[in-house]
Design a protein around this ligand. Structure first.
Ligand SMILES: NC(=O)c1ccc[n+]([C@@H]2O[C@H](COP(=O)([O-])OP(=O)(O)OC[C@H]3O[C@@H](n4cnc5c(N)ncnc54)[C@H](O)[C@@H]3O)[C@@H](O)[C@H]2O)c1
Ligand SMILES: O=P(O)(O)OC[C@@H](O)[C@@H](O)[C@H](O)[C@H](O)CO
Length: 380
């Protein structure tokens, strides 16, 4: 079985590519980074260090890579059984034209074997976003065939994979935590008969997506922004700070109250889920910079993302949100000249003030009194 994976970065190599290769799939990475592509194509293998209480090294073998731009990737998509992505939500529209060309070539070649496409990104229904972008590049006749024959399955992905510390002679090595969870919407798959260890199928994806994004990623982002405010360089440093930990835990609980109300999760199990996540943030074997976890703050302040969407949920159900507001206020203090969204965020705050800037970032989703609460907490 042949898989094409877009994005040979941390999640690509350390999580999705590894699961597929371990399951015996032939994996071709597609990436814009030509150095990375050349290295994978030359080596055909790379080490994965799984760190935690029982650390070990595993080898991923039998992989290759091609440029994500050009004719070869189009031909490979035309004959693939699975296309996955881990490129970042903002990059999905950029890879859509290439995937569309691959689908067009597939239809032209009369290939009718099942093909499924699964985006593995931290966003709600990333595959559906990718599908919409792909269909914008398909002629109507091809789109009609693709709609029937190709599965576009949304998924939730969870594994903390920061960039590995550079090791001489091992440019492809990746360091991952033990925990991993990849949950795919079974109802959207087409002709799927495979059993891939490490990939779970569900009929109720939204519950899993929201549970992960609005617990782990909500807490992770707030840890990063509060850590930055205190000059702490890593997620572990930040979560070990008692004051930060208290706000992060309380914010995850506020978000959790929404999830429990919306999806009927068991409160005790959800409390254990939060505790486990706090332990993962404190993993002493992983160095995860607050700059990685806090990256692209404007995306994280979007109305469907990890900070604003849980807050909107508390408003919907009339639940407390003081700590979510503290987390959003901390995000507004984030500065990083190497992160264009952080620069843009600060420029907007200076230009129009906190309340109007948050109103803009969050797509006018919040009422005036909550914008005022955020402005008061931010004290900018
Ligand atoms: N790292 C984590 O802990 C983690 C966990 C779960 C989900 N995610 C999600 O996975 C996705 C990838 O994250 P990551 O940490 O692996 O990022 P990363 O930066 O390590 O990897 C992204 C890769 O995509 C490549 N890329 C960029 N533009 C491309 C294009 N046009 N065509 C092909 N490749 C392109 C980059 O060169 C890079 O190799 C994001 O959506 C992220 O939110 C990350
Ligand atoms: O990748 P982002 O920027 O959406 O979020 C940063 C981290 O919170 C994220 O990558 C986590 O490490 C990951 O979601 C864990 O499963």
């Amino acid at each position: 079985m042949r898989a094409i994976h877009f994005g040979a970065g941390n999640i690509g190599r350390g999580f999705i590519g590894k699961i597929l290769a371990d399951a015996g799939w032939s994996v071709t990475f597609a990436d814009v980074n030509e150095t990375l592509v050349g290295q994978i194509a030359r080596d055909g293998r790379y080490p994965v260090d799984i760190v935690g209480s029982g650390s070990r090294r595993e080898e991923v073998t039998g992989v290759t890579a091609v440029s994500s731009i050009g004719e070869e990737i189009v031909a490979r998509i035309a004959s693939a059984d699975l296309v996955t992505t881990a490129v970042g939500p903002a990059v999905l529209p950029k890879i859509a034209p290439t995937i569309a060309r691959g689908l067009e070539a597939r239809v032209a070649a009369g290939k009718h074997a099942p093909l499924n496409i699964i985006a593995c990104e931290n966003t709600i229904r990333g595959t559906t976003q990718l599908k919409d972008a792909i269909f914008g590049h398909l002629p109507a006749a091809v789109a009609a065939v693709v709609e029937i024959e190709v599965g576009f399955a949304d998924s939730a992905v969870d594994r903390i994979v920061p960039p590995a510390p550079p090791v001489e002679g091992e440019p492809l090595a990746v360091t991952v935590e033990e925990f991993s969870e990849w949950i795919v919407d079974r109802t959207q798959l087409k002709g799927w008969t495979h059993d891939i260890p490490g990939m779970e199928l569900t009929d109720d994806l939204m519950a899993f997506v929201e549970r992960k994004l609005f617990t782990l990623n909500t807490g992770h982002a707030i840890t990063a922004y509060l850590g930055f405010e205190k000059g702490l360089p890593t997620i572990r440093d930040a979560i070990e700070d008692e004051g930060i930990r208290a706000v992060v835990k309380a914010a995850m609980e506020e978000s959790g109250a929404v999830l429990i109300r919306r999806y009927g999760f068991d409160p005790a199990k959800h409390a254990a889920y939060i505790e486990k996540i706090l332990g993962r943030f404190a993993n002493p074997f992983i160095r995860d910079d607050v700059a990685r976890v806090g990256r692209e703050p404007l995306r994280k302040l979007g109305k469907g993302d990890r900070l604003i969407r849980p807050l909107l949920g508390t408003l919907e159900y009339g639940l407390p949100h003081e700590n979510l507001v503290k987390g959003i206020a901390a995000a507004l203090h984030y500065r990083n000249d190497g992160d264009p969204q952080a620069v843009e965020m600060q420029a907007a705050i200076t230009e129009v003030g906190v309340a109007a800037a948050v109103d803009r970032f969050s797509g006018n989703a919040l009422p005036a009194e909550v914008l005022a609460e955020i402005a008061a907490a931010a004290q900018i």
